[in-house]
Design a protein around this ligand. Structure first.
Ligand code: GLA
Length: 725
């Protein structure tokens, strides 16, 4: 059993293939997390080592009889504010008496096969009943009548687990949740670096590494979305561990709004990591009888390094997060009109793209921004989701028929959560955007944000989208989100609900996405937010791919793709070949091949030589599709370790095939460049494609190959494809 309860020790043991997580019911029902780490066998436990009470400055609860206990030093599993734990606590609820002391104690538990759905929230799911096991621990604060159900699911074979919390108000008075993290994890030391992904528009998800010190190391968002600036992912990497070895704890929040991940290192040199909704700007008013469900946090532990942590996240997300037809079905190879035409297109121009695209083997034309209202630049019409017949005479039907007649599918762009001040919808409903009384509204990209917390607004937007999507043959939707939330208030949400708006906004977005994917299950949905400003697991629940960045320069993309690969699989990473100048076509193709692959350029402006290269790339795309979409990624040379070159591999799950890609970021005079490959079967014999050279997997992984003769000027790249015989 992946989850066992040891009656005598009052210990829950949550096991995956490589990890054990322990929850202990201590004196007076206090819950502890005495251990999370490498797997411990089912032999009897003789007690874990606890830090002891140290001075009169670390209090203990009067009812606890265990002499060494202090709530300030013990590894509390879900610690409440104000009752003797001075570290960063996981939960604070202001009760009818006006104080926010919170203290949850064990009441009961149940263990069952499978995984519950989280109300209104995206979450990982079980495909079959025996794929995962769930433990629910009911806890209660007897003083206030608040209950917290701690929900743990173990994906045993995938070495991953999830945690979330459901708060219920069982009292007869209202209460306010001031903070409610999804997970709180205690570690016995602080010998870690925190790896996390920072960035900005056009440069998302770069790797940042900081050594944990006494105090707090935090990443967060207050922008209303997960954002370009930090991703809701962090890993604690034990000193000395690295890409291929050593202990790593990976954390990722399945949520697209304001989040916080904080590692708090205390004076006893232990670490607590809290993961959840950012308490900054959050309060949730809970009337008697109401419940609140947190998003879920995904936890991965491995002692095989960051690379294995990433592969565990990838497998979990591909099997148990991504849904719908395109989870398994091959996705059409697309060309997108944005960098080809921006707002300057009409039916004939788009059809000319489709004609040329058809010749080189592309399968779908995506019409990006600019097809609706009177939109000829980014200054108007968001919210007016009806076709601009000046650009597309005769309407969408004429265009789509002509594209379909060529044998291409058709896709379209929306930005459903936005509203332009210059739009018919805004003129009719000026209160449909986020705003607060008596304050100017901040503007960004000349647009406001729609009040997604309102059902009537969502009904309108969905209705407009439904009219278009149900009338025409549309195979793909790109869902964009091009600014962050300011003056976040709703005309319908007065005190005491004011600070619920950020979370209600996210729930509204999820609801609209849910309606869309339910009504149009065959549409391939791609998320986007000014590139990759909302690249998170919450979005992956609705769309199997997300545009990774507006930066399509192949060399700059590499850092973005390496960072994204920390927890998101290749099949989710929107990547296109564009006309960006710095590298040749071959390298652009080799880099974009890591992701979903496609084109974003005017195909009529390609030279004859490049047209031939595109045809080669299309062949290569089909040849390597399964390997890249379903294979295992091995990062060989990472940009945060080497500023001259980057390289990576995809290895088939049965190790029968491997594709190695190598890109030179900066020329250097190289006398010796030996690469030791990864992830192969040592026993298998591999042939290098296009040659008669044969090597054992053991040889390739240990002795390696001398690649000094391959091109290595700035922007050069090459691939090596190995097949097992
Ligand atoms: C965002 C997207 C781009 C494009 C434009 C259109 O910036 O990231 O890909 O769709 O919007 O306005």
């Amino acid at each position: 059993m992946p989850i066992t309860y040891l009656e005598q020790e009052k210990i829950f043991k949550l096991d995956t293939a490589g990890s054990t997580y322990v929850v202990q019911v201590f004196d007076q029902g206090i819950l502890l997390c005495p251990y999370y780490g490498a797997k411990i066998p089912d032999t009897p436990f003789d007690g874990f080592c606890f830090r002891d009470w140290f001075s009169s400055f670390s209090p203990s609860n009067a009812s606890v009889t265990s002499g060494s206990y202090s709530s300030d030093v013990f590894p509390l599993e879900y610690s409440g504010f104000g009752v003797g734990d001075f570290r960063k606590t996981a939960v604070a609820i202001r009760n009818a008496d006006g104080n926010n002391c919170t203290d949850f104690r064990y009441v009961s538990h149940r263990i069952y096969a499978g995984k519950p759905k989280l109300k209104d929230l995206p979450a990982t799911y079980a495909n079959t009943g025996d794929e995962c096991t769930t433990l629910e621990i009911l806890t209660r604060d007897n003083t206030t009548g608040a209950e917290a159900t701690l929900i743990y699911t173990v994906f045993e074979k995938l070495s991953a687990m999830t945690k979330s919390v459901r708060i219920a108000n069982t009292s007869d008075c209202a209460m306010d949740i001031e903070k409610v993290y999804s997970a709180s994890v205690s570690l016995n030391d602080m010998d870690y670096d925190m790896y996390h992904l920072y960035g900005r528009w056009n440069a998302e998800r770069n790797m940042s590494v900081s050594k944990l010190e006494h105090g707090h190391t935090s990443i967060s968002s207050t922008r209303g979305s997960s954002s370009h600036y930090h991703n809701p992912f962090a890993a604690l990497v034990r000193h000395g561990a690295g890409e291929d070895q050593g202990e790593v704890y990976g954390f990722n929040l399945v949520y697209s709004g304001n989040f916080d991940i904080t590692a708090d290192c205390d004076y006893y040199e232990t670490t607590r990591v809290n993961i959840g909704i950012n308490p900054d700007g959050f309060t949730w008013h809970l009337d008697a009888g109401e419940e609140f469900q947190t998003p879920e946090a995904v936890l991965v532990y491995t002692n095989e390094g960051l690379g294995e942590m990433s592969r565990i996240f990838h497998r979990l997300y591909m099997n148990n997060l991504i849904r719908g037809k395109y989870k398994t079905e091959k996705r059409p190879l697309l060309i997108n009109s944005w960098e080809a035409a921006y707002f300057d297109f009409n039916t004939d121009k788009l059809v000319s793209f489709a004609e040329r695209a058809k010749e080189v083997g592309i399968e779908m034309l995506v019409m990006d921004d600019g097809w609706f209202g009177v939109r000829n630049s980014d200054n108007c019409s968001l919210g007016d989701w009806y076709v601009n017949e000046d650009k597309l005479p005769g309407g969408l039907g004429v265009l789509i028929d002509r594209v379909n007649a060529l044998g291409l599918k058709f896709g379209i762009w929306y930005e459903p959560e936005m509203i332009s001040p210059d739009s018919d919808i805004y003129r009719a409903h000026p209160d449909w955007c986020l705003h607060v009384p008596n304050r100017d509204k901040s503007i960004a990209r000349r647009q406001y944000v729609i009040d997604m917390s309102r059902e009537d607004v969502r009904d309108n937007i969905f209705g407009q989208m439904y009219d278009v999507l149900s009338k025409y043959k549309i195979d793909y939707v790109k869902w964009d989100f091009n600014r962050n939330l300011t003056e976040a208030g709703s005309a319908l949400l007065g005190a005491p609900h004011g600070e619920e708006i950020f979370h209600r906004f996210v729930l509204g977005t999820y609801d609209l996405m849910n309606r869309l994917t339910t009504a149009f299950p065959d549409i391939l949905l791609e998320n986007c937010s000014g590139g990759g400003g909302r690249f998170d697991p919450g979005m992956l629940y609705y769309s199997p791919q997300i545009w990774a960045s507006d930066n399509t320069d192949a060399l700059e993309r590499i850092a973005i793709q390496f960072g994204t690969s920390m927890c998101y699989p290749a099949s989710t990473m929107g990547a296109h070949v564009s006309m960006s100048r710095r590298t040749g076509f071959a390298t652009k193709g080799n880099v974009a091949m890591w992701g979903t692959f496609g084109y974003e350029l005017d195909p009529n402006r390609l030279s004859e030589k490049d047209v031939e290269l595109v045809k080669e790339q299309v062949k290569e795309y089909h040849r390597t599709y399964d390997l890249i979409h379903y294979g295992d990624l091995y990062r060989v040379t990472c940009p945060w370790e080497n500023s001259y070159r980057s390289s990576w591999e995809f290895v088939a799950p049965d190790k029968s095939e491997m594709l190695y890609t190598d890109v030179t970021l900066r020329y250097y005079h190289c006398m010796k460049y030996i690469v030791r490959f990864k992830g192969l079967d040592p026993e298998k014999i591999y042939r290098l494609d296009g040659t008669e050279q044969r090597y054992s997997g053991a040889f390739l992984m240990n002795a390696g190959l001398n690649l000094s003769r391959y091109p290595h000027s700035t922007g050069d790249s090459f691939t090596l494809h190995f097949y097992a015989e």
